[in-house]
Design a protein around this ligand. Structure first.
Ligand SMILES: CC(C)(COP(=O)(O)OP(=O)(O)OC[C@H]1O[C@@H](n2cnc3c(N)ncnc32)[C@H](O)[C@@H]1OP(=O)(O)O)[C@@H](O)C(=O)NCCC(=O)NCCS
Length: 171
């Protein structure tokens, strides 16, 4: 790895870097995310700041190399009372030139460690043909429990997703 990597929760001051990386992710890997570039590109920076600084356990982690944001991964607790024991890992992305250097793994490990303090189960969804993400998640203990058919639509293409869970030691 060319530069030492650090992982930390994003602050509102990271909003511009986060929006740039998020739009790169949505544009470059549209089949990997439920949100679309078209939906998020017009969002004002204030909305992005609010997303980053949302209170409580919901957090977006960033991977930084020499202060440049090169990867990210989000965590959110399900809102409804009967689902608050579960969380979702979302928005996992590593800039292409930083892939296969264990940045994704480090981000997911950080989300797991954080999630274990707040929920008893972490969920994720991954495209069934997305080998990089499937290997990353499976390698860290996520187990498949089903397939959501046609979970994502990009233009006239449909993508199935593998649904994953990870039991956590207990919050
Ligand atoms: C998925 C993604 C985040 C992985 O990030 P990464 O930094 O390249 O992954 P890592 O280097 O940490 O690899 C983690 C593990 O997966 C394996 N892996 C990663 N990419 C792989 C690939 N293309 N082929 C085979 N194995 C791969 C690594 O060997 C490693 O396993 P190991 O620890 O047993 O050696 C990255 O490819 C990405 O941003 N993809 C586009 C967006 C995306 O698909 N996001 C996920 C949405 S669910």
């Amino acid at each position: 790895m060319a530069a030492p990597l650090s992982i930390r929760p994003l602050h509102p001051t990271d909003a511009q870097a986060y929006q740039d990386l998020r739009l790169e992710a949505l544009h470059g890997s549209p089949e990997a995310f439920g949100s679309s570039y078209e939906e998020e590109a017009p969002l004002p920076l204030e909305t992005i700041k609010a997303r980053i600084s949302s209170s409580g356990p919901n957090t977006i982690f960033g991977a930084f190399a020499d202060e440049a944001l090169v990867g990210m991964a989000g965590f959110a607790v399900y809102e409804r009372v009967k689902a608050r024991h579960k969380g979702l890992m979302w928005g996992v992305f590593v800039r292409p030139e930083w892939r296969k250097q264990r940045v994704g793994k480090a981000l997911v490990q950080r989300v797991i460690g954080h999630a274990a303090r707040h929920v008893i189960m972490l969920e994720a969804a991954v495209g069934i043909t997305n080998e990089s993400a499937r290997r990353t998640y499976h390698g860290l203990g996520f187990e498949p429990y089903g397939i959501e058919r046609k979970a994502i639509r990009v233009g006239d293409q449909f993508y199935d997703e593998e649904l994953l869970y990870l039991d956590l030691p207990g919050a």
